[in-house]
Ligand binder design. Structure first.
Ligand code: IFM
Length: 442
């Protein structure tokens, strides 16, 4: 059973999260082409070569979706704005229809008592900027600052919070080293540049929003618990390095103005010249930190070039993503983030949830496994709060089944089932369980 909101600290916020390309329907409203459209059009990259052209058609159905958020008793809604929808070429001309859309969305949230929690970049880079090198090009920090200014001049007066970039690790490492996401590169020099420029763009966006007089600005980092695959010193070192480039790199840069030495040993030779001078910008003060948490990985040493390690299949129960369920990892990151990086600043779990084998049968989706997953992670949050960690909110990923990137529409993370043929929404059992947990009635 899910813990009730009364069992959390006073003022603790509950939300659900989505992102633009994953739900909106990118073909609507004059949006420009993105590198995900290109990546998906390349054979072998995405399940069934699916893209975000229609997705959940949230572009036209947002009112119905927000009604469901309101009916469940959520306090806050985490959404993202699409760079290519607002500026189809990434720079220069603004698509008025796109800005009007986000204006309507924010007012639609406020009208339903939902706090708008905005993210400016959740992965759909305009193709025109990808042509210029995308995250490898240092100029992206200024292009991103310009886009930030355009968006926030319009909606910055009404959003409750704002974060520049969702999951810097995915933008940089997953997409430039592992090649699993657009632009699908496997190149250490590209990775080092992206690992730096994504931080620089974050810092420039924070400066820009401060300049507009905005507050409640944060950073959203994904974290994965790294456990050694066995008791050897070599496995411990491998897990520690994985933790370094996955979890410590961005927090260390944003909160201490430095990169971890163990990761620099590998990336240092590939970094852009003069990177040291950017660290003060990357460490621009923020007001909160967001943690996206899903799983852990077992890491073992492996032959080959740096980082010379590999993932090993783990023994714990897994979700449909093949990800082990390990709520202890969330407790670990809450405690460590406060202790080593963010101190007294509020921490939000900005994403947590699971993909399940959800089936719509006679109008119902019985996703008991998701309820259990959420309950286990919420208990970990309660325990950290009881230990004094300043955790102040929790967002489920995701409100709706949606486009799960390279896995297309095959993996369902939603509290609400979406039939991708008819686009009909059906709240799952987890949605109803959360509604009961969020109820303010005695
Ligand atoms: O769907 C993604 C989301 O876009 C970013 N965080 C992880 C989710 C599940 O993989």
């Amino acid at each position: 059973m899910l813990p009730h909101r009364s069992e959390f600290p006073e003022g603790f916020l509950f939300g659900a999260a989505t992102s633009s390309y994953q739900i909106e329907g990118h073909r609507f409203g004059g949006a420009g082409r993105t590198h995900w459209d290109d990546f998906a059009a390349t054979p072998g990259n995405v399940t069934r070569a699916e893209n975000g052209a229609t997705a959940c058609d949230h572009y036209h159905r947002w009112a119905e979706d927000f009604d469901l958020m309101q009916a469940a008793g959520f306090d806050v809604y985490r959404f993202s704005t699409s760079w290519a929808r607002v500026m189809p070429e990434g720079r220069g001309a603004v698509n008025a229809e796109g800005l009007d859309y986000y204006d309507r969305l924010v007012d639609g949230m406020l009208a339903r008592g939902l706090k708008p929690a905005a993210t400016l970049y959740h992965w759909e880079l305009p193709s025109a900027l990808a042509d210029l090198g995308g995250w490898r090009n240092r100029d992206i920090a200024n292009w991103f600052a310009d886009y930030t200014e355009v968006v926030m001049r319009r909606i910055g007066d009404r959003v409750w919070s704002a974060a520049p970039i969702n999951e810097p690790w995915c933008v940089a490492w997953l997409s430039h080293f592992l090649g699993h996401h657009a632009p699908g590169l496997r190149d250490i020099r590209a990775t080092a540049r992206a690992m730096h420029h994504v931080g620089l763009a974050h810092g420039r966006a924070i400066e820009t929003m401060r300049g507009l007089g905005m507050g409640n600005l944060g950073a959203v980092c994904n974290m994965e618990y790294a456990a050694p695959a066995d008791d050897s010193a070599a496995a411990a070192a491998a897990a520690s390095l994985y933790d370094g480039y996955y979890n410590r790199w961005f927090l260390s840069a944003m909160f201490k103005g430095e990169y971890p030495a163990d990761v620099l040993e590998g990336l240092g030779p590939h970094m852009p010249a003069g990177w040291q001078a950017d660290m003060a910008t990357i460490a621009a003060p923020v007001d909160w930190v967001g943690i996206n948490y899903y799983t852990r990985k077992l890491i073992a040493p492996a032959p080959g070039p740096w980082p010379a390690h590999r993932e090993v299949d783990g023994p714990l129960p897994k979700t449909e993503m093949g990800w082990e369920i390990y709520p202890e990892g969330l407790g670990f990151f809450l405690r460590r983030t406060a202790r080593d990086y963010s101190g007294d600043l509020p921490i939000y779990i900005t994403e947590n949830g699971m993909a399940g084998a959800d089936r719509l049968v006679a109008g119902r989706v019985e996703d008991a496994a998701r309820i259990d997953y959420l309950a286990q992670h919420l208990r970990a949050v309660q325990s950290a709060a009881a230990d004094g960690v300043p955790v102040q909110g929790y967002f489920t990923w995701s409100l709706l089944d949606n486009y799960e990137w390279a896995l297309g529409y095959e993996k369902r993370f939603g509290l609400i089932h979406v039939d991708f043929e008819t686009l009909q929404r059906t709240p799952k059992a987890s949605y109803h369980a959360l509604s009961r947990a969020l109820s303010r009635k005695a």
